[in-house]
Design a protein around this ligand. Sequence first.
Ligand code: S3P
Length: 452
Amino acid sequence: MNTATPAVTYRTQAHLAPLTGHLRVPGDKSISHRSIMLGALACGITEVTGFLQGEDSLNTLRCFRAMGVSISDPVDGYVRIEGAGLQGLRPPAQPLYVGNSGTSMRLMAGILAGQAFDTVLEGDESLSRRPMKRVIDPLTQMGAVIESAEGGRSPLIIRGGQTLHAINYVLPMASAQVKSCVLLAGLYATGATCVTEPAPTRDHTERMLTGFGYAVNRSESTACVVGGGHLAARAIEVPADISSAAFFMVAASIAPEADITLLHVGMNPTRTGIIDILNLMGADITLHNLREVGGEPVADIQIKSAQLSGIDIPESLVPLAIDEFPVLFIAAACAVGRTVLTGAEELRVKESDRIAVMADGLQKLGIDATPTADGMVINGRGDEATPLGSAEIWSEGDHRIAMAFAVAGLRAQGVITIHNCEFVETSFPGFASLFRRCGGGLQDTVALGAHA
Ligand code: S3P
């Protein structure tokens, strides 16, 4: 998003009819980013279908174009990338702008550390507040030279022409972005770079590198790559994003008489924590047509209304549902009894502080929600038809906060007004119209002026 982007406000309305229908949410954001990155670094033509045409993955695409890679304009999710090879990127004329996208900045930092030229990576206001030291530290250990703003924040100036050497890195936090950053830098390092994670996180980088013909040695919690190989172009079919599907999974669970089916959703086991958590809460979820597409499991997910119950969320599921907590908090508010989340301090450094912003919004809606250092305690009021009140919410430039409160409108007594929903474009273009199409009440208004 830039300052010229018009502000968008959502106003929830009573839903028009029971939520029903078959729908396909947009392509997976994590896989879309990686399809551009690996396609650009491969030898040959990579054709991508199902690409997410959201601002985040489009920013990644623009950055690689700025480094001389020929990439077609995405049309209906189709993108064609003429790979430049691992050594084929060219110096960009200007700083590389990644907008709101932490994935772009952290993964690209790994790739750029191995280039012969200098680059500057910068993002929007929200991204400039997020921690980048977590990638600067291991890259520096590998021999990269990176300058940052105070406190290890962006913009990052990455000095080219360094010799990278392999390291064995034990991740201090469960982060797929940091893991991927180090592995991508490892493609340019001498020796075997290994990353060990404290808990399983999404493994799209490992799977996709393997798909591009680059050997990744994986044992239980460690992944290793040996530098100096090459990537061979391949076709990629991006499944629908389970993190976007999550909004409809919770929507159908909390709305009366709902029955929706989400088509072709990515079911990578490092992403399915949302299904496990909702099942523990008593959701009515059926998987149909489980199949494998291009190295990733995919299924159609049917969800019907159910009375949810509060639970203690197992900490082992936290990294597997890390992006889904804003909407899971709405599920907890509509559940009977208490839900307790712990071990989720990473939520404080996402696009917003998702613990603080969600607790504040839930309290405004009349819910007993107590933020803690690493999670939240929510006393759900799910035995009432409309457990939530009405309120004005600021999404703090966070797409998932905006969509979570839009879903909350399905069980609210009055209108929930949500400001700064333009950021929904980063991951889920067309959210409001898809929500309306399956029966959800949501008005989206675009302001005439630019947003503040
Ligand atoms: C992502 C990893 C996660 C996730 C983000 C996408 C990725 O971030 O929250 O939306 O594509 O690797 P962390 O690695 O910071 O947990």
